[in-house]
Design a protein around this ligand. Sequence first.
Ligand SMILES: O=CC(=O)O
Length: 353
Amino acid sequence: MAYVASRLTVTITLMADQEEEQGNTGDQNRKPQDLPQVLLLKPPPVLSVIGEQSFLSNKYQFLKAWESPLPLHQFLTAHAGTIQAILCSGSAPVTDDLLQLLPSVRLVVTASAGTNHIDLEACHRRGISVTNAGNVFSDDGADEAVGLLIDVLRKITASDRYVRQGLWVSEGAYPLGSKLRGKRVGIVGMGSIGLEVAKRLEAFGCNVLYNSRKKKTFLSYPFYSDVCQLAAHSDALIICCALTDQTRHMIDKDVFSALGKEGVIVNIGRGAIVDEKEMVRFLVHGEIAGAGLDVFENEPDVPKELFELDNVVLSPHRAVFTPESFVSLCELVVGNLEAFFSNKPLLSPVMDV
Ligand SMILES: O=CC(=O)O
């Protein structure tokens, strides 16, 4: 945490120095009620790590809905005409109904890579720009994906449990895991996280194949437009794509059948990309070999059947979060707000209207 605090202090000091050089210190002297209003519906995870003081720039008046004694609807109605931006994360959906209540909103900044909690169509229709976490989470997401794959293949956490329970002494050797080198790994979603996963897997000597909305002409990995075909040619599938209407339950029983008894699935995208009931059924019946899961359909509820399975590694939706990535996120969020309120191009636009 000391690392985070010191890098952040450097960043904030640098920003302050630059502003002084530009003679731009006026915002600090403005009364809070004159500053642009930014709504927070729920505290994003980054807040508890970075701290409010550092995350919430004093150039804006942040309205924290969860701190108000008023019921949410009343709170929003009271500020309806003045809220210009929303800062959100996956835990607080930005729906068309919410936006209807807030006619002055022109920007939604999400502190997440995924945007499935935002009604993008409604934002587009209402002329609202949207930004996300851009590439700041790509390294950590890719590290976790590869970590989960290695864990499942080499049975790392399962054998850790075995040793801790004293079973090495009473039962002898633990069953061997299987080799990573040479495995055919199908990446579903070749965005910035998928590309980082591919780089890492190449270094481990795997054969990378992929599925994506479109073939990437700059990549030489085999491309499969059909995810079942990808599964049929893969020893493991890593899900890194976004959750959209097109990808919801895209990993279904046909994909699991194509992956087969020796196949492993890793999901760091969103739980609902996978038909979770089918995945549990395939795992329980030994019809796929294992799973490494950071995301689930109804978080924080995880299907209880998975707790019994030693070939499943579970993680509480934290693949992309590290204090270091939160520092970069913090800079990006502040940068997007600054860009928007000074009519400059957004730093990580999902939709710039
Ligand atoms: O899951 C995390 C994110 O979308 O940032």
